[in-house]
Ligand binder design. Structure first.
Ligand SMILES: [Zn+2]
Length: 113
């Protein structure tokens, strides 16, 4: 389950992922940061605190990690979290619906297993 392309829109603070099947997802930087998979954030979540996310957080860099996922580097110092592709997919599905005007074409119906 690796995507066809991943595009980071710094100006809109969103990440666009286009999957092999042709469907496309957008996830906000804040959502990604809130779901950070680094050890510190993981522990925060386990304690039930959830990671504290600055409203203006930005995803600065992405680095592919083999075929399994992508490492994300944020401007608040979190840059150790590897996001597996299925995790990102689930995150995008669970996240907010795309805002009006964000997508040029209407989103396709998603199949939920
Ligand atoms: Zn983190």
């Amino acid at each position: 389950m690796s995507p066809q392309s991943v595009t980071n829109h710094l100006d809109r603070a969103r990440l666009t992922i286009r999957w092999q099947a042709g469907d496309q997802m957008q996830i906000s930087h804040a959502t990604l940061r809130a779901a950070c998979t680094c050890a510190a954030c993981d522990q925060m979540r386990r304690l039930g605190w959830g990671p504290a996310v600055e409203p203006g957080v930005r995803l600065l860099a992405l680095q592919l990690v083999g075929r399994q996922g992508v490492l994300m580097v944020f401007n608040d110092g979190h840059g150790q979290g590897v996001y597996p592709w299925p995790y990102l997919r689930a995150l995008a599905s669970a996240g907010q619906a795309p805002r009006r005007g964000d997508l040029r074409s209407p989103p396709r119906a998603r199949s939920v297993p």
